[in-house]
Every structure is written in structure tokens, then in C-alpha cells.
Design a protein around this ligand. Sequence first.
Ligand code: SF4
Ligand code: SF4
Length: 245
Amino acid sequence: MRRRFVYVNLLVAPLSENRKIGGAACTYRPIGESGCGTCPSSCGIKDLCYAKMGVTRFTEIRSKDRMGDLEEIARFNRTLVRHHVSGDCFKEDRLDSPYVAMLIRFHEAHPEITGWLYTHNIRAWDEAGFTSDTIPDNLVVLASCDDAQDVEYAKLHGWRYARIVLSESAPDGKLEENEVYCPYDKQKDHGKLIDDIKVTCTRCRLCFGPHPFGIVFTMQFPGRFEQRAVQRTRAARSIALNVLA
Ligand code: SF4
Ligand code: SF4
């Protein structure tokens, strides 16, 4: 009999057809507030997290009292899963090691299923012993980076990474070596309407394809107030990192 991979605070949507992601299973977890939930308090964009908006917000709220079973993904013959479209791998601001171990066991048991996820505190993974060389090839972990220090850390420790810029024309919008723009975000950045963007993750596959590099996302914030909120969070975090270093 097949082992079940059930976890609390996890909503599994095996037949999801997310507009950006396309035909891949998706999971959702609660983001919580101020470091509660499954997100780390150090996340530099939590004030503007996309999971606090729109349809993702509704699903994120529903994930709070779910006990999701990852086996649903295999049952529906899905070969791709985007893990936690909302939320992350943390519990009370520490890496939720049992959850990460479950993800690893699931992908080891299902070599036919590729999963990918973004996590906002990759240092915690290394500290807990989940180093980049211990993750199976069919589970792709991208370090979500808030600043250049995060990017350097991810590169040094063998993690793929993702970073967000306000737009391609922003000061940090220039691509570094081995980086590529997310084609979906790039089209949005160039003013294309969401309904006219045909690329999806399941077609693009850059985030979980065979060649590791950095992915750059763009974010069109509604106004200066929101941009300043992000800059303030990043500055505070940078000071904290320098103090700790
Ligand atoms: S870790 Fe991800 S899901 Fe959580 S608040 Fe930050 S951006 Fe949002
Ligand atoms: S780079 Fe490709 S796979 Fe990654 S988020 Fe963008 S569209 Fe999806």
C-alpha cells in the first residue's frame, strides 16, 4: 500500500489551472502575520506579498484548517507541482523540518513528479542540515533573495535563487551572469495584459529546468507608498544582517 504524505496547514489542489503556473498541481499554506504561519518574519516583501491579494488570498485562508495529502497529486497523474503558492516551510519562525523532510520523501517516492518551491530564508535550510546536495533532483528549491547578500549566499551554497526587482528599468534590473528574466513577468512589465500573456510555468520551465541559474521577477507596485514600504523592510533587514555578521 502506498504511503500517505499528509500534513496540517496544507491545501493540495491537484487539478489547479493557475493562470501563471498552468497545468500543474499547486499547494497552499497559511502565511500568517508577523512571523506566524509558515513564512519567516525575515521575508523582505511580506508587506506586499501577492498571497495577501485576490484569489490566492482566499485559498491561503482556506489552507489554515486543511490536512493536505500530497498523494492526491499522484492520484491525479500530475507530473508537476508548485509547492506552497502561498506560504513557506517555517513554523514559529524556524524551519519546519518535518515538513521539508516530508517533501523530500514524497519526491523520492515519486521520481515521475517534479516539484519546485521558493523559500524566503535559505540559510535556515543549511542550518537544519537540508543542504543543496541533500535535495533530490526532482524537488527544485529556489532561494528567494531580498538583497545582494542573499544572492551571494545562495550562489556560494549551491542554491538556485530568485530575486525581485521593481521593473526591468530599475537600478537593480540589470541581469547578472547566469540570470534570466521570468518571461511572464517580463511581458507584464512591458505592459501586456494578463489575458494576452500565453507563457505559463508548465511551458517555460526555467525555474525547474535542468540548468541552474537565477530567475529575476518584476513587480509592478501600485505606488510610491508601497515601494517605500519594501525599501524600509529591506533596509531594516540589511541592518539586522550586518549586526549579526
Ligand atoms: S515568504 Fe513568500 S508567501 Fe510568505 S510573506 Fe514572503 S513572499 Fe509572501
Ligand atoms: S521563469 Fe518560467 S517557470 Fe519560473 S515563474 Fe516565470 S514563467 Fe514560471
